[in-house]
Design a protein. Structure first.
Length: 319
C-alpha cells in the first residue's frame, strides 16, 4: 500500500490517476479505474451538452461507489463550450474532483472551490504549475514531453521537469506523460511526485470503451511510433503515426509558417468517434504517448493498477 498526499486528498487507495481522454473517458472507464482503487476521470467535453454530462455522471455513480472526477479542458477550440453549464452538471452530480487542462481555469475557480471541489490542473511547465498553485488549485499534474496529446512548447522531459517541480511547488503533484508501469511510479515518487497520471496506458485495458483495433495498435506500437503535429501552429500534439498524420506532416513541410488550422481540418476535426468507436485507424490524428513502447498487454484496470503498485513497492523495498 502506497499512501501519499494525493491518495489522502482524493480518498483513493492507490496513487494512480486516469487522465481525461477524448472519447475514452466515459463512465465505463472512470468506474473501472475507481473500482481498481485509482482515480477514474470522465472527460467532460466528450459529452456534447451539460445534460449529457449529467447523465454520464449519474451512470458512473451507478457503476462505482468510489470517488471519481471529471476533466474539463479549456482549449482554444473552434467554438466555446458551455463551461458554466458543465460545471453546474459536475456540482449537481456530486462530483468532488475536477481535472482541468489547457488554458488557466482561474475564471471558474470560485464556482469550483465554492462547491467544495478539489481541482488538479494539468501543466506542461514549472511556471504554469506555479500559476495553478497561485490561483488556488489543490494539486497539479505535471505533464512531461513524453505525453500523448499536448506537451506544450518547452519540450522538457520528466527526468528534468519532475525534480524541478519538486523544487518549486508547495502543493502536491503527480507525474504525467509516459507513465505506464511500476518502475515509473517508483521513479516518480523518488523525484518528488505523489503519484502518477496515465492516459495512453489505460486505453489498452479490457474495460476501456474503445474499439479493439485501438488497443491492438497500442500493443503493436513502439516508443518510436509517435509524431509531433501542429508545431507551426504552436498547438503541438503528440499522436500515433498513421497515414493521416503523414499527410499533416507533408502539409506542414510544404506550407511552413503559412499553415492554418483550416489546412488540416480533414485530418483533425471530428475524427475521434471514427477511430475510438469504429476502429478506423487511419481516419485522422489521435493522441498517443511514447509509453506505447511499454504497452505489451491488455489487462483489466484492476490487474494493471495492482501490478503497477506492487512492482513499485517491490522496487522501493528491494533497492
Amino acid at each position: 500500500m502506497i499512501k501519499t498526499k494525493i491518495t489522502e486528498m482524493f480518498g483513493i487507495e492507490h496513487p494512480v490517476i486516469q487522465g481525461g481522454m477524448h472519447y475514452v473517458g466515459f463512465a465505463e472507464m472512470a468506474s473501472a479505474v475507481a473500482n481498481a482503487g485509482g482515480l477514474g476521470i470522465i472527460t467532460g467535453l466528450t459529452q456534447k451538452t451539460p445534460d449529457d454530462l449529467a447523465k454520464e455522471i449519474a451512470k458512473c455513480h451507478e457503476m462505482t461507489d468510489k470517488p471519481f472526477g471529471v476533466n474539463l479542458t479549456f482549449l482554444p477550440g473552434f467554438q466555446e463550450p458551455d463551461y458554466p453549464g458543465y460545471i453546474k452538471a459536475i456540482v449537481e452530480g456530486g462530483v468532488k474532483i475536477v481535472e482541468t487542462a489547457g488554458r488557466s481555469p482561474e475564471a471558474y475557480m470560485p464556482d469550483l472551490k465554492g462547491a467544495g471541489i478539489k481541482v488538479i490542473h494539468k501543466c506542461t511547465s514549472v511556471r504554469h504549475s506555479l500559476k495553478a498553485e497561485k490561483i488556488g488549485c489543490d494539486a497539479v499534474s505535471v505533464d512531461g514531453f513524453e505525453c500523448g496529446g499536448h506537451p506544450g512548447e518547452d519540450d522538457i522531459p520528466n527526468m528534468i521537469l519532475l525534480p524541478r517541480a519538486a523544487e518549486e511547488l508547495s502543493i502536491p503533484f503527480v507525474a504525467s506523460g509516459g507513465m505506464g508501469n511500476g518502475q515509473q511510479l517508483a521513479a516518480a515518487l523518488s523525484m518528488g511526485a505523489d503519484g502518477i497520471n496515465m492516459g495512453t496506458r489505460f486505453i489498452a485495458t479490457k474495460e476501456a470503451p474503445v474499439h479493439q483495433n485501438v488497443k491492438e495498435a497500442l500493443v503493436a506500437a513502439s516508443e518510436l511510433d509517435t509524431e509531433l503535429i501542429m508545431r507551426p501552429l504552436r498547438n503541438t500534439e503528440r499522436v500515433l503515426a498513421n497515414d493521416a498524420v503523414q499527410k499533416i506532416l507533408e502539409k506542414e513541410k510544404a506550407l511552413g509558417d503559412e499553415i492554418q488550422i483550416t489546412d488540416i481540418m480533414d485530418e483533425v476535426a471530428g475524427v475521434y468517434p471514427k477511430i475510438m468507436q469504429e476502429g478506423t485507424m487511419d481516419a485522422g490524428a489521435w493522441s498517443c504517448g511514447m509509453v506505447a513502447g511499454l504497452i505489451h498487454d491488455i489487462p483489466s484496470c484492476k490487474e494493471l493498477v495492482e501490478r503497477i503498485v506492487s512492482d513499485a513497492e517491490e522496487i522501493i523495498k528491494s533497492r
